[in-house]
Design a protein around this ligand. Structure first.
Ligand SMILES: Cc1cc2nc3c(=O)[nH]c(=O)nc-3n(C[C@H](O)[C@H](O)[C@H](O)COP(=O)(O)OP(=O)(O)OC[C@H]3O[C@@H](n4cnc5c(N)ncnc54)[C@H](O)[C@@H]3O)c2cc1C
Length: 436
């Protein structure tokens, strides 16, 4: 009997058993060779390539809580109206199912049993337990509360971080539209590592560009916990200093100590160079410190803020047969969608090799990953940063490549319209590689 047939048989059997024996408990529904949790940039890519590279022989389930994925990449453009709405950034899972045979399940994974190799997810029809040979976790991030906040729901109603695109992105757009002229917008940036190193500075630029035309007397203040701009410092500093017709009041080394949340009149207290100061913000966009989700912490997969992994396979160094990819892992590379897509391929290759043997996928000893990040600085001009990382066996780390004598990362000289047009092509290629 082929392995695939065995899986289908086992699936039917376990469903029948669980329904009759445990009517009130979680139902054991099916076994899969690989279960992927989280259908974002990393998880969707992993599910697709696990099927492709195993020649459709590995059974793969993708459990994602939302009906569609909403891309964070390009979501800053929704804030300024350049993109009409977050729905223009929605990606369906239907092609992963119909073209590649990924079994897409909608629900929220609530528990992992690393010993019995099960995951439990809650769905519209109740709790379901699935078993796996390998588990791939790609759930993105959790966000800390900022000092002075009492509940994460304040991000949904008062001060959206919008660092996961969706309803908070729409709320931040609405708050900008309601901003009276002469009033401040304040963005706070957490200490690195955080999701998308250039992202906060990109956000500052596109909002400042929008204010220039729409609220010319308003000011944008950026309070950065880091001592320097974390990506493309030359390009962003030039933009902040007026190269594109707007200015940003950028303040490095600022530690936020208290937020006082009052709709339309928030106060941010912070320390900089040992002195305590405060600014008011009619629109406050606090980008919080980030960490691997509680599910991973509860499952013993996290050390510090993120999940340590073997960079040849993305298998957890703390629990066998569980792989962590994307922003939740500590790979030493930037937390970025393009990097998540590449990590997913290294991980899929290693799992196919482990489960099917090397006539399907080669044992990888020296992966090389590439990534690009395009950054709009105005509504029509963008810059970019690209980087190639290679595995350093002596250190066990991914390090900027020195191949061909090229220094990494590479950065665009300035923001141009050509870069903006290349950005659209890069984005649709990356999203196509992930979801289509
Ligand atoms: C404003 C902004 C701009 C950005 N621009 C760029 C850019 O230009 N280039 C770039 O490369 N990157 C960019 N990024 C970063 C990029 O979006 C992230 O690095 C990337 O999305 C991380 O992928 P991920 O798969 O780890 O997480 P996500 O894409 O967040 O996906 C995680 C998925 O897991 C699901 N999930 C979570 N928990 C569970 C659970 N328990 N059960 C079921 N499902 C669950 C979530 O619903 C989500 O769909 C940007 C980010 C932001 C915020």
């Amino acid at each position: 009997m082929q392995r695939r047939q065995f899986i289908q048989t086992a699936t039917g059997t376990s469903m029948a058993l669980s329904a009759s024996l445990f009517p009130f408990a979680a139902r054991a529904a099916a076994s899969y060779n690989v279960i992927v949790v989280g259908g974002g940039m990393a998880g969707a890519t992993a599910a697709k390539y696990l099927r492709l590279w195993s020649r459709n022989e590995l059974s793969v389930a993708l459990i994602e809580k939302d009906a569609n994925y909403v891309s964070n990449i390009m979501s800053n453009e929704v804030l300024t109206g350049k993109r009409p709405s977050v729905s223009s950034l929605a990606y369906s899972y239907s092609t992963l199912a119909s073209k590649y045979g990924v079994n897409r399940l909608q629900g929220t994974v609530t528990a992992i049993d690393a010993i019995n190799k099960t995951v439990t997810y809650s769905s519209a029809s109740g709790n379901v337990v699935l078993t796996y040979d390998r588990l791939v976790l790609a759930p993105g991030l959790d966000f800390d509360l900022m000092p002075g906040m009492s509940s994460a729901s304040q991000y949904d109603t008062l001060v959206p971080h919008a660092w996961k695109a969706g309803a908070q992105t729409t709320l931040l757009r609405q708050q900008l539209l309601a901003l009276p002229d002469h009033q401040n917008v304040v963005i706070t940036i957490p200490l690195a590592p955080y999701r998308c190193p250039p992202g906060p500075y990109e956000r500052a630029c596109v909002i400042a560009d929008w204010l220039k035309t729409n609220r010319p007397n308003s000011k944008l203040i950026v309070l950065d916990a880091n001592s320097t701009i974390q990506a493309q410092p030359g390009n962003f500093q030039k933009a902040f200093d007026g190269a594109y017709g707007y200015r940003v009041d950028y303040r490095p080394g600022c530690t936020v100590t208290q937020l006082q949340l009052v709709a339309g009149a928030n106060t941010v207290t912070f320390s900089q160079n040992g002195s305590t100061q405060a600014v008011t913000a009619a629109v406050l966009n606090p980008i919080p410190p980030q960490r691997a989700p509680a599910l991973l912490v509860d499952s013993g997969l996290v050390s510090g803020r993120f999940a340590p992994v073997n960079l040849l396979s993305y298998e957890s160094t703390l629990k066998p047969a569980i792989h962590v990819i994307g922003d939740a892992c500590s790979s030493g590379m930037p937390k970025a969608g393009h990097i998540g897509n590449q990590e997913a391929k290294t991980c899929a290759n290693a799992i196919v090799n482990a489960l099917k043997g090397n006539q399907y996928a080669l044992a990888e000893t020296s992966p090389v990953l590439n990534s690009a990040c395009f950054t709009p600085l105005t509504s029509s001009k963008a810059t970019w940063l690209s980087a190639v990382y290679q595995y350093d066996p002596a250190k066990g780390l991914m390090v900027p490549s020195t191949q061909n004598g090229v220094t990494q990362p590479k950065v665009a000289a300035s923001a141009t319209k050509d870069n903006y047009s290349d950005m659209q092509k890069w984005f649709s290629t990356l999203m196509g590689d992930t979801f289509a």
